[in-house]
Design a protein around this ligand. Structure first.
Ligand code: DPP
Ligand code: ZN
Length: 890
């Protein structure tokens, strides 16, 4: 397969003014009639008279140009396209194709999920429905007529407004939908099935009444309220914060069980993975509730950032995704706790996006080439893309940023544009030169910043020197300096110091002058603060103001100072992580954990002291306490490592957790006992925070060599009225290496399955908790679970819950090197990928991620992982899998 290059972009030769589609749904096939009204594009560079329509896996019945049926000699067709030449400047095409949704396992195009017809067209799924210029810069006005059996498919939906419906002969019926807003084909959607819905209304600020509907299977009607509340909050927030109003009379969400992504923002008809829309306390964890809120908001916000203003080509994907992730993150921050949301997002970014940036699939936020665009729905495009927008907001300040977004939406409404256009709007309103900033879009890799400082007590001057660099990435070895906003404060003995920066007339961000955004633009830069009366502790990169790796050699006491009283909540947490990381690294250097050195003992004692203060600090949000008490994850420690020592990381972390559990036992007991287990479940910030702290305490207590806490876990599992508490307890039972825990875990797992077997999303959690088990023999258990009647090897959620969790979240078992199991995790994953390569290429390629990291492991593991990648490469591969495997081995 050949790569597609940004440099080769050309404007479309023809525009599609109107797209009229008719879908006749029948059991053995669907007949699609597309009537396209085309006009030569005045913008086309040359006076071309040819037109390329994309099409894949289609059976062409006929094609007519201006009502004249064409003979096969009048067009060229291959597996991917249909080309017409010698066309007039205005024309109509009537194209009839036949497709087989019931055999479509890729879940792209039109397919069936539990008997329901649904679509997924982003990025290039529409070409599996009919021949069409399937590219985002071709925007058209769609009308969709659907006919189907009335009994089995009573609900017929598409984008826009319902304009007509009625009965047909033979027990069939029809519906016609018209979408007045021009859109690219990737935003097309169709749903047909036996669905129920809940309905609500939202009155926009200009007074228009919008009908809101969430369509689900009847059994799930009791799990829609949280999504509906989230939708209404999102609509209100987008009016308040961005001045964006909804534009159609109806907004619909449909939940489907088999879905590759989380959800899809089709105009007026969002299609959701059930996992991102259904929620109720008994079946859904707090994380699940938060995910529903975030994804509902994300897809809704796309109505402006994505649909009204869309992407010119797929290299610009982050234009809509990065901006929309930034918008949904800010929304969640406003709905809950801002600092906690930031900690969660940064933890994800630093663990998974930084790893992507350091691996073979590293790519820029605006990539320059791809083989298969589906492989580019990545953490880099989404999360790093959002960080870029956040940096622009930091550099401009809130008022100018809002002006910039208003200008962007006004200027480009109804257009397909580029990330350059977005940055230009920000430059135009602020008068700032953002030329250098744009390197963030074109240069891949995570910049590294070395910070050093100097205090001159005679001159009362304190200087901070920053050196930036960026490691090479596959497509880009020589990086130019980035424009990096580094939000900074200085801590003195009595708290934040007022800041006076020499020769830099930069506005400080806070009215009391205690925080300032330093702008790095050169490879090395020094900033001097004046009238500094004591040697301060620097608090740099507050709020994680840029997606970089920051290095500064804080003294241990400095970190404790930051942890206890930095005014920036994010940096308080960050200091706790830095302190813990040091201890973990010390432990990993120890020859044996049975007796550790005096220096390491001292470090452990200092950490425990600091954590003791955190537990006693009543001013802290309980969610913050929980996060500060939680050690850096194995995945994060691995990302930081040059060579990942899987077992040492696991053992050091287990050991340190045990030490903390012993030392802080009484604090944990009191947290656990003062929690009111009878309180009603609320999925708000306070309720989530309290549960998270209480379950963190239970986690530590379960590590004590004291079976009464294992019994407490079992008690909590049995008595739990919500899934968060049930899963927290069950996870402890499953992961505790003790005969009593093993017996209770087995009972609980049996009971769990019996109770929840009718709820696919709960069964997924049951698979995950078992797949994530750190005890030996988990691989054998995972293979056994693959044969369980509740497992469905075609359902992406099931694959992620069992196989994805084992390979991504269970490093000690996936990477086992002992004689009996050496390399078996890798072989297991490769077998799955080979199976999925044909069935569902997108999911297959995504599952590959853990194998692509092979270069970060020891020699033995490297060889074993590489051998599996090479074995996959021997197969006849989809573009998706081929791209990831070949780039990983390059
Ligand atoms: N549905 C995916 C998302 O919203 C792709 N657009 O991110
Ligand atoms: Zn999105």
């Amino acid at each position: 397969p050949q790569p597609i290059l940004l440099a080769n972009y050309t404007v479309p030769s023809y525009l599609v003014l109107k797209t009229d589609l008719t879908f006749d749904l029948h059991d053995d096939q669907t007949r699609v009639t597309a009537l396209l009204t085309l006009q030569r594009n005045p913008q086309a560079v040359t006076d071309v008279d040819s037109l390329v329509l994309h099409g894949s896996e289609l059976e062409l019945e006929s094609i007519a140009l201006d009502d004249r049926v064409l003979t096969a000699a009048e067009y060229q067709v291959d597996g991917e396209s249909l080309t017409l030449t010698g066309l007039p400047s205005q024309l109509t095409l009537r194209i009839v194709t036949r497709i087989k949704p019931h055999l479509n396992t890729s879940l792209e195009g039109l397919y069936q999920s539990r008997g329901l017809y649904c679509t997924q067209c982003e990025a290039e799924g529409f070409r599996k429905i009919t021949y069409y210029p399937d590219r985002p810069d071709v925007m058209s006005e769609f009308t969709t007529r659907i006919t189907a059996d009335r009994q089995r498919y009573p609900v017929l939906l598409s984008n826009g407004n319902l304009v007509e419906q009625g009965e047909l002969d033979g027990g069939r019926h029809f519906a016609v939908w018209h979408d007045p807003f021009k859109k690219p084909a990737y935003l097309f959607a169709l749903v047909a099935g036996d669905l129920s819905f809940i309905e609500n209304h939202f009155v926009t600020r200009s007074g228009r009444d919008v009908t809101l509907r969430i369509y689900v299977e009847a059994k799930d009607l009791d799990k829609c309220d949280h999504a509906m509340d989230s939708l209404k909050n999102s609509m209100h927030w987008d009016e308040e914060v961005y001045g964006r109003e909804y534009d159609l009379d109806i907004f619909m969400i449909v939940a489907v069980d088999d879905f590759n992504m989380g959800a899809m923002e089709n105009k007026g008809l969002n299609i959701f993975n059930t996992s991102c829309v259904l929620a109720k306390p008994e079946t859904t964890t707090d994380v699940g509730f938060q995910r529903v809120e975030a994804v509902v908001a994300h897809e809704y916000f796309h109505n402006w950032s994505g649909n009204r203003v869309t992407c010119r080509d797929w290299f610009q994907l982050s234009l809509k995704e990065g901006f929309t992730v930034y918008r949904d993150a800010e929304f969640s921050a406003d709905m809950g706790s801002r600092t906690v949301k930031r900690i969660e997002d940064v933890a994800l970014l630093r663990t998974l996006q930084f790893a992507e940036d350091g691996g073979p699939m590293a790519h820029a936020v605006r990539p320059a080439s791809y083989i298969e665009i589906s492989n580019f729905y990545t953490l880099t495009i989404y999360e790093k893309g959002a960080e870029l927008v956040r940096m622009l907001a930091t550099l401009l300040g809130p008022e100018k940023f809002r002006e910039g977004s208003d200008l962007y939406f006004d200027r480009h409404d109804g257009q397909a544009v580029t990330t350059d256009d977005f940055v230009q709007a920000m430059a135009d309103v602020s008068g700032r030169d953002l030329g250098q900033f744009k390197r963030w879009y074109s240069q891949a890799g995570t910049p590294r910043i070395e910070v050093s400082d100097h205090y001159d007590e005679d001159a009362l001057e304190y200087s901070l020197t920053f050196r930036q660099s960026c490691p090479p990435t596959p497509e880009n070895t020589n990086k130019q300096p980035f424009h990096i906003p580094v939000k900074t404060g200085l801590l003195g003995t009595a708290g934040d110091l007022p800041l006076r920066l020499k020769d830099h007339p930069v506005d400080t961000e806070t009215s009391d002058n205690t925080s300032i955004v330093l702008e790095l633009t050169e490879a090395e830069q020094t900033f001097v603060f004046q009238q500094v009366h004591e040697k301060p502790v620097p608090s740099v990169l507050r709020g994680f103001s840029a997606p970089v790796k920051l290095h500064y050699s804080w003294q241990r006491e400095d970190l404790i100072t930051l942890m206890s009283r930095d005014s920036d909540g994010f940096n308080r947490w960050e200091a706790s992580q830095q302190l813990a990381l040091r201890v973990l690294h010390d432990l990993m250097q120890e020859a044996s954990l049975a007796t550790v050195s005096a220096a390491t003992e001292e470090a452990i004692a200092a950490l425990i002291d600091a954590l003791q203060s955190v537990v006693q600090d009543e001013t802290l949000d309980p969610a913050m306490v929980a996060y500060m008490l939680t050690l850096p994850t194995e995945a994060y420690i691995s990302e930081l490592a040059t060579v990942i020592d899987v077992d040492a990381i696991h053992q050091a972390r287990q050991y340190l957790q045990g030490r903390i559990a012993h030392a802080l036992k009484s604090a944990f007991v009191s947290i656990y006992q003062r929690y009111d287990h009878q309180q009603a479940y609320r999925a708000d910030a306070r309720g989530i925070a309290d549960r998270s702290l209480k379950n963190t305490a239970l986690h530590y207590l379960s590590l004590l060599d004291d079976e009464s806490w294992i019994e407490t876990c079992y008690e909590q599992y049995r008595a739990a009225s919500n899934m968060t508490d049930a899963m927290a307890a069950l996870t402890r039972l499953v992961n505790t290496d003790n005969p009593l825990a093993a017996t209770l875990a087995e009972n609980a797992l049996d009971n769990f399955y019996q109770r929840w077997q009718q709820e696919p999303l709960v069964v997924n959690q049951w698979f995950s908790v078992q797949a994530g088990c750190n005890l030996p023999d988990t691989l054998a258990q995972v293979k056994k679970l693959q044969k369980h009647p509740a497992f469905d090897s075609r359902n992406p959620n099931k694959i992620r819950a069992l196989i994805g969790v084992f390979c991504n979240n269970n490093a000690v078992n996936f990477h086992r090197l002992d004689e009996q199991q050496q390399g078996q995790g890798y072989r297991f994953l490769a077998d799955e990928i080979i199976r999925l390569n044909k069935q569902n290429p997108q999911i297959a390629a995504r599952l590959l991620t853990p194998l692509t990291k092979w270069r970060k492991y020891d020699e033995t593991r490297q060889q074993l992982m590489k051998a599996e990648l090479q074995r996959i490469l021997q197969e006849e591969l989809s573009r998706d899998v081929y791209e990831v495997v070949s780039k990983s081995l390059a």
